[in-house]
Design a protein around this ligand. Structure first.
Ligand code: SAH
Length: 211
């Protein structure tokens, strides 16, 4: 099966499991996920499952990539998005088709380097990658209209949250006493951040510092 056919099947599957945003589905149909995993795993790249990418990390399951993207683009401006946890760069590539500029931070150097290679092979010109601790936010801070955390946290650090523009949306897997849940945080005004529970999820945990 060609990767194009395989991607169409994946899109079909995502539709059946509740993803409806056509802009997001078009990105899933267009981005070659097999470029973001080891060659040995490329045969499984279009299954709706997370796969290992080394260093104890995984490329996120397509459904969760689509779901988080859908939540971010549902409302509000789509100028600048910040992603914490570049990993393979797959979610980054999807966001690049949905936002004007994508800023993405990864703490593990070899993953950052590999994502840079893959994303430049795709020819994406609106992606900016940084090796650093994403929980500290983007180093040359400027407001973002959207943020996405790809690793679970107990809470979103104030320093990071404050980089979200008023009216902006942040999607994050939060660790609670009852397991992880996906949460949408909106910045209603200068100091109000109402939260919406979007249901249970499973993510790798975020870690501080660099590797
Ligand atoms: N969406 C990515 C998910 C990768 S897994 C993909 O599909 O490939 C989550 C990533 O977050 C891992 O690569 C991990 O190293 C990274 N990460 C965890 N804590 C981080 C932090 N504080 N700053 C930056 N990256 C972090």
């Amino acid at each position: 099966m060609t990767s194009l056919r395989a991607r169409e099947r994946l899109v079909q599957r995502l539709r059946e499991s509740g993803i409806h945003d056509e802009r997001v589905l078009a990105q899933i149909a267009g981005v070659p996920r097999h470029w973001f995993v080891d060659e040995a795993l490329s045969i499984r790249a279009y299954e709706d499952t997370a796969l290992p990418i080394g260093y104890g990390q995984t490329i996120s399951q397509p459904w969760i990539v689509a779901r988080m993207s859908e939540v971010l683009v549902a409302e509000g401006p789509r100028d600048r998005v910040l992603e914490v946890g570049t990993g393979s760069g797959y979610q980054t590539a999807i966001l690049a088709g949905l936002f004007r500029e994508v800023y993405s931070i990864e703490r593990i150097r070899p993953l950052h380097d590999r994502a840079r290679e893959t994303l430049s092979r795709l020819g994406l010109r609106n992606v900016h990658l940084h090796h650093g601790d994403g929980l500290e936010g983007w180093p040359r801070a400027g407001g973002c209209s959207a943020m996405l955390l790809a690793a679970a946290v107990h809470h979103v650090p104030d320093q990071l949250r404050s980089q979200l523009k008023v009216g902006g949306r942040l999607v994050v897997p939060k660790i609670t006493p009852h397991g992880q849940i996906l949460v949408l945080i909106q910045r209603a005004d200068e100091d109000h951040y109402p939260e919406t529970d979007l249901g249970p999820v499973v993510f790798v945990r975020s870690r501080k510092g660099l590797e």
